[in-house]
Design a protein around this ligand. Structure first.
Ligand code: COA
Length: 260
C-alpha cells in the first residue's frame, strides 16, 4: 500500500510508525485509519519486527483525535460502521503478540487517546496532554475509550475524565496509572527506544505469553486467566530461548534469544 499519512521506519527489530498529518495535529481521517490498519497487519506478519512504536509527527501532537471534519455530517448508519471499524483496529493493536508502545509526544485526544490506550505501554513527554473531549462535540468516545479507560483507571476517574472532557497533563496521567513513564521532550525518543530495544531483544514467546495472559486474561475470570498463563508458561518451556535464558543465568552471562 502506498502510505500517504504514515511514516514507518524499521531498524533492529523495532518499527516506528509516525502518524504524519502534523498540520492537522495528526487527526485520524478515514484514509489514515485504513493505512494504519494495513500497516499493523504488515508489521504483524513481518518476522523481523519484534516491537512497534506509534507516535505523531511534528512537535505538537501525538494524535488530536478522529478527524472532526469527517465526523461532521456522519449519518447514524455510517457512524455505527466508523465506530466498529475504529474499535476493531484498536482491538487488533491490543491483541498483537508483539508489544506496541505509544510514544506520546503531545496532544493525545479523543481517538488519539484511544489509540494510546490500546497500546501495551505508554511513554509520554512531560508536555503531553491526554483526554477524551468528545462530550464537547456532542458525542462520546467511539474507539473503545469508555471501556479501556475504565479498565485502566477505574470507573470514578474514567467518568470524571470523560464527562468533563478536559485534558489532563502527563504528571496527572502518570499518577492515575495511565502512562508508564514520563520524559522531557528532548529525552522522549531515547526513553522509548530503551524500552523498545529491551523488548526487541527479549524472548518473543515470553513476550507474547505475557501480552496474551495480561490482555486476554484481564477480560476473563481468574480460573480462565490462570489456565491461559499456564498454557503460555508451558509453551515457553518448550523453546530454545528458555534453555538459553536459564543457562545464561547459571553461566553468569547475558542471554542471546533467537525466537526459537
Ligand atoms: N480533527 C480535524 N482537524 C483537527 C483536529 C481534529 N481532531 N484537531 C486539530 N485539527 C486541526 C485544526 O482544525 C487546525 O486546522 P487548520 O489549521 O486547518 O484550521 C489544525 O489542526 C491545528 O489545530 P488548532 O486547533 O489550530 O491548534 P491549537 O493549538 O489552537 O489547539 C487543540 C490544539 C488540540 C486544543 C485543538 O486543535 C483541538 O481541540 N482539537 C480537537 C480535539 C478533539 O476534540 N478531539 C476529539 C475528536 S473526536
Amino acid at each position: 500500500m502506498n502510505l500517504k499519512n504514515l511514516l514507518c521506519e524499521r531498524a533492529d527489530g523495532v518499527a516506528t510508525v509516525s502518524i504524519n498529518r502534523p498540520d492537522k495535529l495528526n487527526a485520524l481521517n478515514q484514509a489514515t485509519l485504513a493505512e494504519l490498519s494495513w500497516l499493523i497487519t504488515d508489521l504483524d506478519n513481518d518476522s523481523n519486527t519484534r516491537v512497534i512504536v506509534i507516535t505523531g509527527a511534528g512537535p505538537k501532537a501525538f494524535v488530536a483525535g478522529a478527524d472532526i471534519t469527517e465526523i461532521n455530517g456522519l449519518s447514524s448508519t455510517k457512524a455505527h460502521q466508523f465506530s466498529r471499524e475504529g474499535q476493531a483496529l484498536m482491538q487488533r493493536i491490543e491483541q498483537l503478540s508483539k508489544p506496541v508502545i505509544a510514544m506520546i509526544n503531545g496532544f493525545a485526544l479523543g481517538g488519539g487517546m484511544e489509540l494510546a490506550l490500546a497500546c501495551h505501554l505508554r511513554i509520554a513527554s512531560d508536555s503531553a496532554r491526554l483526554g477524551l473531549p468528545e462530550i464537547k462535540l456532542g458525542i462520546l468516545p467511539g474507539f473503545g475509550g469508555t471501556q479501556r479507560l475504565t479498565r485502566l483507571v477505574g470507573r470514578t476517574q474514567a467518568l470524571g475524565l470523560i464527562l468533563s472532557g478536559e485534558p489532563i497533563d502527563a504528571q496527572r496521567a502518570h499518577a492515575l496509572g495511565l502512562i508508564n513513564e514520563i520524559a522531557p521532550p528532548e529525552d522522549l525518543a531515547q526513553t522509548t527506544q530503551a524500552w523498545a530495544t529491551r523488548l526487541a531483544n527479549a524472548a518473543p514467546h515470553a513476550v507474547a505469553g505475557i501480552l496474551e495472559s495480561v490482555v486476554v486474561g484481564q477480560e476473563t475470570h481468574l480460573e480462565a486467566g490462570l489456565a491461559l498463563e499456564t498454557a503460555r508458561f508451558a509453551i515457553c518451556c518448550a523453546t530454545e530461548d528458555m534453555q538459553e535464558g536459564t543457562s545464561a543465568f547459571m553461566e553468569k552471562r547475558a542471554p542471546q534469544f533467537t525466537g526459537n
